[in-house]
Ligand binder design. Structure first.
Ligand SMILES: [Zn+2]
Length: 287
């Protein structure tokens, strides 16, 4: 059964580790992530962007697929199904479809409007027992057409949003979606520290986990980050393994054209990436 992300993140924050959010795109992705979480006895959050939701034929299809897998694969570790960078309408649709967690990304609105819309969704989630993530200070790079400037969040604004009763808070601290450019300045630990000082026990979320050096990840966790989003890195692992399979001509040998064989190396590569991240984040054995 899907669970809200509240309990797993409260435990993570108190235990000084982070739970990974891994975005899903299809059946192979979902299966690889769930199996790895179960194998490592780690809690996990499955992230679904609005674009990926559309690609998978809508939120109801996603909920059906994930719930089916939890049962058929005997998944017993805590799993949350979470909307990533949701619009107000997207968040409502996911609540209705059976997601256990949503993110409302109101970072592009003026702070008053972000507060007003977040407040409405906090009420709905509260009644239904769902977790909700809000964002302050847009996160750089592009994700599914949502383009962020990569700002550092204002700690005062973070406190205003945290006080609305959200479960977790994403604050821009110089992080970027996708691959980091060579001239990237690194995370602003000064901002993170100030946000944590203002928001106390609130689990903080680090977006754009792909390519942040391990030492920075560990420091971010020590400063209150309890959820880390990984998306691009699984895509790159999948791409590399699939490319190798085809370049080695394996798709042309025997039944190598069978999609179950063709997609297997990519799925294995996703598992390896998820395992590496769970070990780095410290969530192994914490289910
Ligand atoms: Zn993000």
């Amino acid at each position: 059964m899907l669970v809200s992300a509240k309990e797993m993140l409260t435990k993570a924050k108190a235990g000084k580790y982070a739970v990974g959010q891994f975005n899903i795109n299809n059946l192979e992705w979902t299966k690889a992530i769930l199996q790895t979480a179960q194998e490592l006895n780690s809690p996990v959050i499955l992230g679904v962007s609005e674009g990926a939701g559309k690609y998978m034929c809508g939120y109801k299809t996603v909920v059906g697929m994930v719930n089916g897998m939890l049962e058929e694969l005997n998944i017993t570790v805590p799993v949350a199904l979470h909307l990533d960078h949701g619009s107000f309408e997207g968040a409502k649709a996911c609540i209705n479809a059976g997601f256990s967690s949503i993110m409302f990304d109101g970072s592009h609105y003026p702070i008053e409007e972000n507060i007003e819309k977040t407040k409405q969704l906090v009420n709905a989630c509260d009644i239904l027992g769902l977790s909700i993530e809000a964002e302050v200070g847009s996160i750089g790079g592009e994700e599914d057409g949502v383009v962020g400037a990569g700002e550092c969040a204002d700690p005062e604004e973070c406190k205003m949003i945290a006080d609305l009763g959200v479960t977790m808070l994403a604050a821009g601290i110089g992080n970027i979606h996708g691959k980091y450019p060579d001239n990237w300045q690194g995370l602003s630990f000064e901002t993170l520290d100030a946000v944590q000082a203002k928001t106390g026990d609130m689990p903080l979320v680090l977006h754009g986990g792909t390519g942040i050096p391990a030492e920075m990840i560990k420091k971010a966790i020590s400063l209150g980050v309890a959820k880390i989003n990984v998306n691009t890195e699984c895509q790159l692992s999948f791409q590399e393994a699939t490319r190798k399979y085809i370049e080695e001509g394996k798709d042309q040998q025997g039944k190598g054209f069978d999609p179950r064989k063709l997609l297997a190396p990519g799925a294995e590569a996703i598992k390896a990436t998820v395992k590496e991240k769970m070990e780095l984040f410290g969530s192994v054995g914490k289910a």
